[in-house]
Design a protein around this ligand. Sequence first.
Ligand code: UDP
Length: 243
Amino acid sequence: MLAKKVPVLNVMIDSVDMTQAVDILEDYIEEKKTHLIATANAEMIMMANEDPELLAILNKADLVVPDGAGTVWAARYHGHSMPERVAGYDLVQNLCKRVAGKGTKIFFLGAAPGVAEKAKKYAEKKYLGINVVGVKDGYFSVEQEPDLIQTIKSVKPDVLLVALGVPRQEKWIVKYLNELDVPVAIGVGGTFDVMAGVVKRAPVWMQKAKLEWLYRGMLQPKRIGRLMALPRFVLKVCSLKKH
Ligand code: UDP
């Protein structure tokens, strides 16, 4: 299944809803060859416009889902169809739910020591039959990478979830994807933090009111500076001709 890609500030985003996105991931797992998946919110798109390496990675990625109300709004503002928001966290939950009990092997890489382990426990409780074959925190040195690669290769995951923050996680995946030979590698940002209960997701009413970005900024004051990416994103989108 091939989704239509539409441009949002130079980044090609797949026009997919959640069910289609998970269907595509299942196809990738079947296909066996490697695939890079990114979840593009306004902040990532702004970053890509200032980081040619990240932009090239996103535009070569197999699947880039519309993560965030801003991405969906911008695509529609320019006259493209974009069915719904596909948040990275929700994509991971839906994928876990879909593959639980099917033997699909998942590896959790990233977040602070102990967090991926807690996220694994959460997944095992919530998605009965899920097969998490390995976990490793995201605080390793370049010197430790060869061992880490061997560890991942030895368990042959079908899905590798990488939470090292944007853009490090996308660049890390591209660097090692062929060697790892993983059918599905997804950059998942703060997903393990939320699954582990270390960071709370915005209440549903705020998510529906498209205010999750504000909640995250309030909860993690170190993100306040990063929040400025959103108004800059809106201004940039509006400065382009509306369709
Ligand atoms: N992280 C990591 N190694 C690092 C830097 C960050 O594992 O060297 C983790 C961090 O603990 C967090 C995730 O990467 O779990 C990034 O989360 P954030 O919410 O910042 O995601 P983003 O907004 O970058 O997608």
